[in-house]
Design a protein around this ligand. Structure first.
Ligand code: SF4
Length: 309
């Protein structure tokens, strides 16, 4: 069967000969964008749960499949990834991080870790810890997920990201120096970004030798400032229609390096918090439309790059 993009499912089957499932964990972190070190308000799109609404509270306890209340429980122990999702998961003393990460690495439920964080919260001691854990647990993997969202300074200011692109670049280099694969989160549909702006973000990431990407449609959620602004005056925002999103994301796939694994193609927000776009709740339909359009437009991941050469 024709493959139109380098999906996470295919990557897992090719690399581990099975499907893997992320188990979202909430390790009781906070974030410098929330505790006042940078800002008190958080990123403009981030809700109170710190993007971890379906995460299991985790303090290093041993977990069993019965604990996976938000995940399907049919897979075997060892088929799950400990996904440190909520807030900024390297924003704690290194001793705390060592306890949390090594507990998850020891747990037979997990085959590896995926740690979501900010590049300005990975310091020398974090790098030393990650390097040590890689050596201590050679049969498990450690991935880092960085919420970049955009390369454009104007948009970064609007979303209150709180660090410049140079910090992201330095962090990716430091992680690559210790062989830690990097997954980057990008938001599609940020206010005032054109399709060309979004493509430029991906073209930039193509040069960074990243392992994976999560392409996330911008959600307007209750409980975050973006949602509050939207509720006050929806006419201030251009919310992408399904057709616009499909057009943008299929072109983005065409411009994305074929070696980058796509971990997400839509959004995973809590439906009771979603204000717009409501069509995104039908995730299966959106994914089917993306696939259908890739087929119709004859786009494979990276095919636009090859045409340019
Ligand atoms: S999106 Fe991440 S970095 Fe931004 S406020 Fe939320 S937890 Fe912090």
């Amino acid at each position: 069967m024709q493959k139109y993009y380098n999906s996470f499912t295919d990557y897992c089957k090719n690399t581990f000969q099975r499907k893997l499932y992320r188990v979202a964990l909430d390790a009781n972190m906070t974030c410098p964008n929330r505790d006042g070190r940078i800002d008190h308000r958080g990123c403009i799109f981030c809700d109170e749960g710190g993007s971890g609404d379906f995460a299991i509270k985790y303090t290093g306890q041993s977990l069993t499949k019965e604990d996976l209340i938000y995940n399907h429980q049919d897979a075997d122990a060892g088929d799950y990834i400990a996904y440190f999702q909520a807030y900024t998961n390297t924003y704690a003393p290194v001793e705390t991080l060592e306890h949390l990460f090594s507990s998850a690495l020891k747990d037979s439920l997990f085959c590896g870790l995926s740690i979501a964080t900010r590049p300005d919260c990975i310091h020398e001691d974090t790098i030393a810890l990650l390097k040590k854990l890689r050596q201590e647990y050679p049969d498990k993997f450690i991935w880092i997920e960085l919420g970049l969202q955009t390369i454009h300074p104007k948009s970064a200011l609007f979303i209150r990201r709180g660090y410049p692109l140079s910090v992201f670049d330095a962090c990716v280099d430091a992680l690559h120096a210790i062989d830690i694969p990097v997954i980057v989160h990008v938001i599609l549909g940020l206010p005032n970004e054109t399709k060309q702006d979004m493509i430029e973000t991906l073209q930039y990431l193509n040069t960074k030798k990243i392992f994976g990407i999560k392409l996330q449609l911008l959600h307007y959620l209750k409980g975050c400032d973006l949602g509050r602004l939207y509720e006050k005056d929806p006419s201030l925002f251009h919310v992408l229609s399904l057709e616009e999103y499909i057009d943008i994301i299929t072109d983005c796939i065409g411009y994305l390096d074929e070696n980058i694994v796509i971990h997400r193609l839509t959004g995973d927000g809590a439906s009771d918090l979603l204000l717009a776009p409501l069509w995104s709740m039908n995730k299966r339909y959106v994914l089917n439309q993306i696939l259908h359009t890739l087929k119709i437009k004859n786009i494979q991941q990276g095919s636009f790059i090859h045409k340019c050469v």
